[in-house]
Ligand binder design. Structure first.
Ligand SMILES: NC(=O)c1ccc[n+]([C@@H]2O[C@H](COP(=O)([O-])OP(=O)(O)OC[C@H]3O[C@@H](n4cnc5c(N)ncnc54)[C@H](O)[C@@H]3O)[C@@H](O)[C@H]2O)c1
Length: 247
């Protein structure tokens, strides 16, 4: 990229897909604010980026907290300037049959994924609209498209993210801000390892490609959506999913 690096925020970037996205964006020349609930893991990723000659800083914080979101946003502006790219990636996994699903687990799932995406987007959007420039990429899941057994809360939250992506894209794309989603299939990260072995074995057997994806393969999709090459992609949900969902 020429000129000033674009200031980017990646939430939940201390691990897995978010970490791969942060590393990829930094290697593409973005200045990256690495957020995670875990201060140590966010710092480790920012250190890794700087060690490789990139620009990064880290801020711990919970994306479902208005106070933390304000601090994350303020840190990004202070260090790298007004935010031009937001990747809403932070997420959690939890499995329960619907009849065993507790209200607290349902609420936390929606708080992290849906409220987190909403709050982070609320924070960065006004400046993007002022500048008529900005990109938002929301990490959904194919389970938001097809549903997953024992994952009503997770599937519902990810479907909400896909709906929010489309609605916001309709509102703001003519004002210079592109909003899209990525709906990965199963990817080898700590989150997927939290799901049962039975679930993972059954899922792998269903995949046309016969294998789970790697975080770096999802990061490529995000980097593409963030780039000017994706100028015609508006409100789309791209699926790096080993062929599990074909739309
Ligand atoms: N791994 C998969 O198979 C898969 C498939 C589809 C979608 N996804 C989605 O991709 C995203 C990343 O998942 P992953 O597999 O890399 O998981 P991961 O557990 O490796 O990483 C998620 C990170 O988000 C952080 N996080 C959790 N809650 C947070 C909060 N409230 N605020 C800030 N950070 C928070 C965690 O600390 C963790 O570092 C999630 O949104 C997940 O739902 C994952």
């Amino acid at each position: 990229m020429e000129g000033q690096p674009i200031s980017a925020i990646v939430t939940g970037a201390g691990s897995g897909i978010g970490k791969a996205i942060a590393l990829k964006l930094a290697s593409n020349g973005y200045a990256v604010l690495v957020n995670d609930l875990s201060e140590a893991s966010a710092k480790a990723v920012a250190d890794e980026i700087r060690g490789a000659g990139g620009q990064a800083t880290s801020t711990a914080g919970d994306v479902s907290s208005e106070t933390d979101v304000a601090a994350i946003h303020a840190a990004a502006i202070a260090t790298h300037g007004p935010v031009g790219l937001l990747v809403n990636n932070a997420g959690i996994a939890h499995q329960a049959l619907f009849e065993d699903l507790e209200v607290k687990d349902f609420d936390r799932m929606f708080a992290v994924h849906v409220r987190g995406t909403f709050l982070m987007t609320k924070a960065v959007l006004p400046t993007m609209l002022e500048k008529s420039a900005g990109v938002i990429v929301n990490i959904a899941s194919q389970l938001g498209q097809i549903g997953g057994i024992e994952l009503v809360h997770y599937s519902g939250a990810k479907a909400a993210i896909i709906g929010m992506t489309k609605a916001l894209a309709r509102e703001v794309s003519s004002r210079g801000v592109r909003v899209n989603a990525v709906a990965p299939g199963p990817i080898n990260t700590p989150l997927v390892m939290e799901l049962s072995e039975d679930w993972r074995a059954a899922k792998k057997a269903q995949l046309p490609l016969g294998r789970f994806g790697e975080p770096e393969e999802v990061a490529e999709t995000v980097a593409f959506l963030a780039s000017p090459m994706a100028g015609l992609f508006v409100g789309q949900t791209l699926g790096p999913n080993s062929g599990d969902v074909m739309l």
